[in-house]
Design a protein around this ligand. Structure first.
Ligand code: GTP
Length: 237
């Protein structure tokens, strides 16, 4: 089976790692996600990953805090998740390199684009941690930025819903599901897929985004094979 996409950016939310417990790291869930990543890895796909940190801390939780400080706390929480994923993948025999946007050399490599590219070429999964290293930017924007830098074919945006809808399907049973959207559709319709900084970065750099659910563990592989799942965001109007 030949994968449609050869180099992918997988964006995982921090919450995805928490499983049912909704906080912290659920080892069984991390194991399951890592197995899904491995399934793609063995199909000769070059894999990069950006993981959020919302299972530990969200920048907007910092009520009354200095926004930058709250965001730095969020960046640190992504490092915890990156290390957990690295460990789980390596235990399955998948080589992984973690690179952090804020230097913490005792823990992981600093982010160096050329080194990241070399790791990918050498068949290592690269996990980008600590966001962009800047406050006021989300991990979705990190995924868009790193995808542009490493020339990824697509961003696989794994969510806890199976696609993009015109309203919340958990609240509105008549919510309409979109199979395909343009970047401008997402912005103009105010759809809460990614923040606008991330979407415009993808638009300006022609990086398609596939939004899909992690409910089915095979979905990452199906996405990489170009199966029609979730919502594909690309192109103009
Ligand atoms: P090649 O240069 O392609 O051989 O890549 P490599 O990652 O195998 O070699 P390198 O000697 O750069 O790294 C060996 C190990 O040390 C890998 O697990 C790296 O992730 C890790 N490593 C490299 N640089 C750093 C760093 O600055 N800090 C930490 N903590 N680990 C590092």
């Amino acid at each position: 089976m030949d994968a449609k996409y050869k180099r992918v950016m997988i964006k995982l939310s921090g919450e995805a790692l928490a499983g049912e417990q909704e906080f912290g790291i659920d080892p069984a869930t991390v194991q399951q996600i890592s197995e899904s990543v491995k399934e793609v890895y063995v199909h000769d796909v070059e894999i990069s990953v950006v993981v959020g940190g919302g299972n530990f801390w969200r920048g907007r939780q910092g009520f009354g805090m200095d926004k930058s400080t709250a965001d730095y706390m969020g960046m640190l929480s992504t490092v915890l998740n990156a290390l957990a994923l690295q460990d789980a993948l390596e235990q399955m025999g998948v080589p992984v390199r973690v690179q952090t946007a804020i230097e913490m050399k005792e823990i992981a490599e600093p982010y160096i684009k050329r080194k990241a590219m070399r790791h990918l070429e050498k068949r290592r999964v690269v996990i980008f941690a600590a966001g962009t290293g800047n406050p006021f930017f989300t991990t979705d924007t990190t995924a868009a930025l790193r995808a542009a830098e490493i020339d990824a074919d697509i961003i696989l945006l794994a969510k806890n819903v199976d696609a993009v809808y015109d309203s919340d399907p958990a609240i509105n049973p008549n919510a309409q599901k979109f199979d395909h959207l343009s970047y401008l559709d997402v912005i103009n319709k105010g759809l809460k897929v990614m923040d606008s900084t991330a979407i415009t970065l993808c638009m300006d750099n022609d990086i398609p985004i596939l939004v899909f659910g992690l409910d089915n563990p095979d979905n990452i592989l199906r996405a990489v094979n170009g199966e029609q799942i979730g919502t594909l965001i690309e192109g103009g109007n």
